[in-house]
Design a protein around this ligand. Structure first.
Ligand SMILES: NC(=O)C1=CN([C@@H]2O[C@H](COP(=O)(O)OP(=O)(O)OC[C@H]3O[C@@H](n4cnc5c(N)ncnc54)[C@H](OP(=O)(O)O)[C@@H]3O)[C@@H](O)[C@H]2O)C=CC1
Ligand SMILES: O=C(O)[C@@H]1CCC=N1
Length: 272
């Protein structure tokens, strides 16, 4: 009988940047005995096990969920091996762009089972339990399998289900890649502070704590972001002077639209 307080067991295939972020969160929340597959060294607490290749899969292990966290371009052979080894076990794919159709065609045709695939698009703040994960379930997924995958994603942050698979490309562009845009803003604020004459450590502290504090306000407030912005902006003051530059039509409004379009388009191209 499973302990219902624990998270479902996983075979985590790929423990790089995203896999590690999820695993750190899961380990801190209590994960059933699981196996991590990655060709690089990993340190795992008992009772979890690390293997480097599928040939080392323990004979006594069947995961509740196979989590695919390798690059979308190089996943087919591994997914083929894992779905053959664990026939009938659902797959939670974190891979950007890879559609249910392409995953099924490339990897499930041989199994004789309908492809039980759930797509998830998390982000790296999952490592601290403050991630955002978009989810989409394919047609052959049971309620229990959906529940297991939502429990895994929910253990490391917020979750939201989308109704159309194509929306996963937009989730990827907004929240999957999103932390990188915020880190870029931190880099640029820090550099601008240094350029204006601040010591580097001062500029770094100001930029980081400001983004953290603004994120906390956004998280705790029910106000629109636009209203929070307005509350900082004194008429004729310093913020207005900066926002006049940022909000010029060809500045941030146009740039953010184009950047998100580029990410959506790249996600669509990763489908096959
Ligand atoms: N990074 C992010 O913020 C996010 C990533 N994702 C998705 O997560 C997935 C992983 O991304 P990310 O963590 O950045 O990638 P990484 O390259 O950091 O992680 C993948 C890991 O899997 C290992 N690996 C790949 N194939 C095998 C194999 N056949 N056998 C053993 N180990 C293997 C890689 O080793 P090696 O490096 O030697 O190949 C690497 O350690 C991608 O599909 C991405 O789209 C989703 C949301 C956010
Ligand atoms: O850059 C990427 O393709 C992955 C998906 C979202 C974040 N990182």
């Amino acid at each position: 009988m499973h302990d219902t307080r624990l998270l479902p067991s996983v075979l985590l295939a790929g423990c790089g940047k995203m896999g590690t972020a999820m695993l750190e969160g899961w380990l801190s929340q209590g994960l059933r005995p699981s196996v991590i597959l990655d060709r690089h060294d990993q340190t795992l607490p008992h009772p979890h096990r690390h293997i480097r290749q599928t040939e080392e899969l323990p004979a006594d292990f069947i995961p509740d969920v196979i989590v695919m966290a390798v690059k979308p371009q190089t996943s087919d052979s591994l997914l083929h091996q894992l779905t053959r080894h664990f026939a009938g076990v659902p797959v939670l794919s974190l891979m950007a762009g890879r559609t249910l159709e392409s995953l099924s065609q490339h990897s499930f045709a041989h199994t004789g089972h309908p492809p039980a695939i759930i797509r998830a698009m998390p982000n790296t703040p999952c490592a601290l339990g403050v991630g955002m994960t978009g989810l989409y379930a394919g047609p052959h997924v049971t309620e229990q399998q959906k529940h297991d995958c939502e429990k895994l994603a929910g253990a490391v942050g917020k979750t939201i289900w989308v109704e159309q698979e194509s929306q996963m490309d937009i989730v990827t562009a907004v929240s999957g890649s999103g932390p990188a845009y915020v880190f870029l803003l931190a880099e640029l604020l820090e550099k601008a502070g240094i350029d204006q004459g601040l010591p580097p450590h001062t500029a770094r502290e100001l930029a980081r704590q400001t983004i953290y504090g603004a994120g906390c306000l956004l998280s705790h407030s029910t106000l629109d972001a636009a209203e929070l912005r307005t509350r900082v902006t004194s008429p004729g003051g310093t913020t207005a002077a900066a926002l006049n530059v940022f909000m010029a039509p060809d500045a941030w409004p146009d740039t953010v639209t184009k950047a998100i379009q580029a990410a959506v388009s790249r996600s669509e191209k990763l489908a096959s």
